[in-house]
Design a protein around this ligand. Structure first.
Ligand code: ZN
Length: 372
């Protein structure tokens, strides 16, 4: 009898790892457009069968959309997080024109956005900005089908663009330039002066004023932590897409000091091609993220997929670069052995059949023994 029990226990032990072997997989995707419920269900069933566990779903700001799509996600057995941009907001009722951020030349992001027309960033000092965000995310968090709020563009505009984007925009960003540096509105500059005694508009080179950097990290941190309190008060989780780092990239180029954010998980966009790096770099920045958070919260490594692998070498636009099928395994492995709690695909729609074949080989593995 005793032997039988031991044999049974051994059997159970040997079957447990198999169930744990699959790594958690998240996926950023948008919709629903004109899709019917049936079409959405079919798409979600396919994703689930391919190993996706949780959707990071972008469907605008209407809670009803998340109610409808979230119900289908739940029926398909998927987790459902709502992926909605934070500081980037197009003009709409509820947002005043003077809540938009101003650059170092005194230009509003509403009239003269940096780089691309949609870069209409709000000023994080304006209480109206926060109130708008709290109401919008709060209404979405109230939807029972929503598991978590996922923040994106929770930052300033890129004061420095990632190296891989310089050619696309014809820029050499060897230092901070005022036209890409935010926010110099009257409220930000006067609040800063009141706090530190420094008149930043009179500074020869604001990029050398450490207090000014910290002041702006803190403005974003404050919005995140207030939104976190709101989401938690509704019994919902909250997490964010962040730039890699925080120290190597995120703080320097978009002023995200995200290791100070009171979130439930972090999704660094470890998009190696944007930084002209390979898959080893994904391991390095994953390690940096896990270390910065002191293992307190899960890090989900965001992977950027190349939608047309055969054309990658002749493709000029970095938005069409990304991991090739033969790279995706190393990207997953580097993320997991460096302490990631899972990976997130940008996007499943960019995955080719070859990507899925390679992907499947690497998600059904136990990386816990090979953690750095
Ligand atoms: Zn401002």
């Amino acid at each position: 009898m005793k032997l039988y029990l031991i044999a049974l226990m051994l059997l159970c032990i040997s079957c447990t790892p198999q169930q744990n072997e699959k790594i958690p997989v998240y996926a950023w995707l948008g919709g629903p457009g004109e899709a019917t419920d049936k079409e959405i269900r079919s798409e979600f069933d396919t994703l689930k069968s391919r190993g996706v566990d949780v959707l990071m779903y972008n469907g605008g700001q209407d809670p009803e959309t998340y109610k409808r799509v979230g119900k289908i996600a739940k029926e398909a057995g998927l987790g459902f997080h709502t992926w909605i941009p934070t500081m980037v907001q197009s003009p709409k009722p509820g947002i005043d024109d003077d809540w938009y951020a101003f650059n170092g030349l005194g230009e509003s992001a509403l009239d003269k956005p940096a780089y691309v027309p949609y870069y209409k960033f709000l000023c994080p000092s304006k209480e109206g900005t926060y109130r708008f965000l709290e109401n919008m995310y709060g209404a979405v968090a109230d939807v029972p089908e929503v598991d978590a709020i996922h923040l994106d563009y929770i930052r300033f505009p890129d004061v420095i663009l990632a190296r891989g984007l310089w050619d696309k925009y014809g820029l050499v960003m060897d230092r901070e330039y005022p036209q890409y540096d935010y926010c110099y509105c009257d409220q930000c500059t006067s609040d800063f002066q009141e706090k530190t005694g420094i008149d930043i508009k009179a500074a020869d080179d604001p990029s050398q004023v450490e207090e000014w950097k910290q002041f702006r990290y803190d403005l974003i941190t404050s919005i995140v932590n207030r939104l976190a309190d709101m989401a938690h008060s509704k019994g919902k989780e909250i997490n964010a897409a962040v730039f890699p780092g925080p120290n190597s990239v995120a703080k320097k180029i978009v002023r995200q000091e995200w290791d100070k954010w009171n979130l439930d998980a972090f999704f660094p966009m470890n998009y190696n091609d944007f930084y002209l790096e390979g898959t080893d770099w994904i391991g390095d920045v994953t390690n940096e993220a896990v270390t910065a958070l002191d293992d307190r919260k899960p890090v989900i490594s965001g992977l950027f997929i190349c939608p047309d692998p055969e054309k990658k070498t002749e493709e000029k636009d970095p938005e069409n670069h990304g991991l090739l099928p033969e790279e995706i395994g190393a990207a997953i492995e580097q993320s997991m052995i460096n302490g990631a709690s899972g990976i997130c695909l940008f996007t499943p729609g960019r995955m080719t059949d070859e990507h899925w074949v390679e992907f499947e080989k690497y998600i059904y593995r136990d990386y816990s023994a090979s953690n750095r």
